[in-house]
Structures are given as C-alpha cells and as structure tokens.
Write a protein that binds this ligand. Structure first.
Ligand SMILES: *Cc1c(COP(=O)(O)O)cnc(C)c1O
Length: 399
C-alpha cells in the first residue's frame, strides 16, 4: 500500500525496535511473528477482521467538522476522526480484535493483558467475551485502587483481574508480571499488547491493526472536506492511535504529522511523560526506543493528568519518525489539555478523553496561526466519560 518499508525483518525501525527479551520468550515471539506473517494478508483473516470492525465496533468512524470551535479560534478548520464513537469508546478495541482473531488461529484459548488506567484491560476483556476466550488482566494494586470502575467493567465482562503487588504497583510492574505469566503458559496463552511497543512483531502488528483509522480518513476527508488535511494531530502515549492515523499518510509528503506528548505540570518540573521530547534512547519492554531515564539508566517516574499518556517509553516507530523528521512531536501541559477538554464539551457537544484533549490543545495552538482555508485533522482517540472524576477534582464543575 505504501512505499514505506519499515520495520526490517528483525523488527528494526532504523536503530529502534528489535527484540530484547530473555531466551525463554524468543520461541514464543518467533511463533507469533510466523503466525502474523501467515495471516496478515490471508483473505479469510482480513474478511473476518473487517466484519468485526463493522458489526461489533461500528466502523467506519466518521470525520466531523468542529465548526463552532474552529470559528471561535479564527484560524484553520479543525476536523475530528471520531474514534470516541467506537464500541468501548476508544481506538484500542481495533487492535484487540485483530490480536484475538490471530490468537484463535494459533490455537490459543486464553488471552492475557496488562493495563495501567484499565482501558486496554477493558478492551481485552471485551474481545475475550466476544470470542469466548478465558481472560486474565494484570494490573498494579495501586492502579486497581485508582481505577475501580474499569476493574468492575472487566469483571462484568468475565475477566479475572490479577493484582500485582511488587515494585511501585503500577503499569511497569503489571507488564513484568504479564511477561512472566506468558513465559510459563505460552502453550495455550496469547499476550495481547495494547500499544505499538514491546518486542517485534508487536509494534508493526499493532500499527497494522490500527491503520484502519488513517485508511478511512484518507477516503473520508476528500469526500467531506474536499481535500486531505494540511496537518494530522494525535496524542502519543505508547503511540498506537497516532501510528494508526499517521501510517497511511506517511507517503503524503504535503501532510504534516504531529504527535503530542504529555508535558504534565510542565517540562521544567520533571513531572511529565514527554519521552520523545526529553528522553534518550535505551531498552524497555523488549525494544529500543526513547525513554525517560536517569544517567544510570533507571526509569523515571512519569506524570500526566491523563492516565493513558503516563508511560516512560514510546513505540519505536515514533522514535524513528522523529529522527528522520517525517513526524514532529510537541507537548501539551495538564492545564492546556483541560482547557481544550472544556472547549470541546461546550462548543462541540463532545466529551473527549483526556488523552485526546492533548491533541485538541495542540490543534488549537496550531490553528490560531493558520488560515481559515487550511485543515487540521485531530484523531479523537476516545470519549471522556472515564475522566469526569479527574476533571472535577482538577477544578472543573463540582461533581
Ligand atoms: C490508551 C489511550 C491512549 C494512549 O495510547 P496510544 O497507544 O498512544 O494511542 C490515547 N487515547 C485514548 C482514548 C486511550 O484510551
């Protein structure tokens, strides 16, 4: 579909990506790579994937002209790609369906996942119920406490939530535990990773399952807006919603691609999650990429008002796109994201996820210095129902 040929056979995006895992996982990853290579273009697999996206997820998601907000800003026209309208309320389900279908073909009856904020756990539990698979979700006990509603959703959907009590009791500890469980149960268990990170083939595979977002936009924008956008903007946590919309646009050189990282309390405070902006290359979770680490290689604590962006690494393909200059990465603080959140609610009648609100804030900043005949397309990665308590705590309207 594109002239773009990354990653190479070993999963390298330039100097990034690859497979940095212990001996025990090499076989499992080889098996996964072979299965994915076999099925990714298999007509039956593709047909089933497309059927599920249409009938279970509700795709295609529309593109939408945020006319009122654009007028108020007085610059470029802002459009949304409405991933918030998907079943389960975000883009993550696209990828979970693809991986669950692959797991079935590999003869694995059980799926596992790890989750921080709980969104990927809910998406995984959802597809496990849909396909009749047993599901375990690993989650740090601190996150279990903070994300009680998502824990309850997972349980309603029939998943077992496995609390992890080691380390800081958050996402990275849950990832280690999920890896450990996978190593010992690889015969019947498939590990669904939720973003474009982890060892090869996950970054490329998750991107491929998410690129339906950009493929739809490529067709929809000329129909609805008369042409392709000048800029595509997306929030970057691990980077899957951004890769999903960027990838089909990579060969459209006239389209600027802008990823938005969380600046938290401000880059100068050290309380942020801007791995591409302020990080340095290193190895985490099985791949080489930009990381927030100290001079000894210790991973630093991250902060963002948005739990989905609160991750010290980033997918290796973004690291490479940054280095070669095909995508650019900007940052947005908690305060700026919250302001964009409220604008979107009141001027467009859409309550956006706090992750997506980072992309909205960046779009607002860019639009102001552009002309009304220009177009910015924002990937509205999810809806914000999950975030209303956070917004209320941060000085929004009293809950
Ligand atoms: C998880 C999540 C993100 C961040 O993950 P990416 O892999 O960077 O896309 C962004 N938006 C929403 C709504 C999410 O749930």
């Amino acid at each position: 579909m594109t002239a773009y040929d990354q990653p190479d056979a070993n999963g390298h995006f330039g100097p990034y990506g690859g497979v940095f895992v212990g001996e025990t996982l090499v076989h499992a990853l080889d098996e996964l790579r072979d299965a994915y290579a076999r099925y990714r273009d298999d007509p039956e697999f593709v047909t089933e994937f497309e059927y599920e996206l249409r009938h279970f997820v509700g795709r295609p998601s529309p593109v939408y002209h945020a006319r009122h907000w654009s007028e108020q800003i007085g610059g470029a026209q802002i459009w949304f790609k409405r991933e918030d309208l998907n079943h389960t309320g975000a883009h993550k389900v696209n990828n979970c369906i693809g991986q669950a279908l692959l797991a079935r073909r590999m003869g694995k009856r059980k799926v596992i996942a790890e989750t921080g904020a709980g969104q990927h756990g809910v998406a995984t539990a959802t597809v496990a119920a849909r396909f009749g698979m047993e599901c375990k979700v690993f989650m740090g006990s601190e996150d279990v406490r903070r994300q009680a509603a998502n824990v309850y959703r997972m349980k309603l959907l029939g998943a077992e939530v496995c609390e992890v009590d080691s380390g800081s009791r958050t996402l990275k500890d849950a990832m280690n535990e999920a890896m450990r469980h996978w190593v010992t149960n690889v015969e019947d268990t498939y590990y669904i990773i939720g973003t474009v990170a982890g060892p090869h083939p996950y970054p490329a595979m998750v991107r491929d399952f998410q690129m339906v977002i950009g493929c739809e936009a490529l067709v929809q924008m000329p129909e609805a807006a008369g042409r392709q956008p000048d800029v595509v903007v997306a929030a970057v946590g691990g980077g899957s919603n951004a890769m999903g919309i960027f990838y089909p646009y990579l060969t459209h050189d006239a389209v600027r691609l802008v990823g938005v990282e969380a600046a938290g309390d401000g880059l100068e405070t050290g309380r942020h999650a801007a791995s591409l902006t302020l990080g340095t290359p290193g190895v985490l979770h099985g791949n080489r990429t930009y990381l927030l680490q100290d001079v000894h290689g210790q991973i630093q604590e991250t902060h963002s008002v948005s739990a989905g962006l609160d991750y010290p690494g980033v997918g290796p393909e973004h690291a490479w796109l940054k280095d070669v200059g095909r995508a650019e990465y900007q940052t947005v603080t908690d305060t700026e994201a919250l302001a964009a959140f409220h604008d979107c609610c009141r001027l467009e009648g859409i309550i956006p996820a706090l992750e997506s609100s980072h992309a909205l804030a960046c779009a607002r900043r860019m639009a102001a210095s552009m002309s009304p005949d220009q177009i910015i397309l924002v990937n509205l990665s999810g809806r914000g129902d999950k975030d209303i308590h956070t917004v209320a705590e941060r000085g929004g309207i009293v809950f």
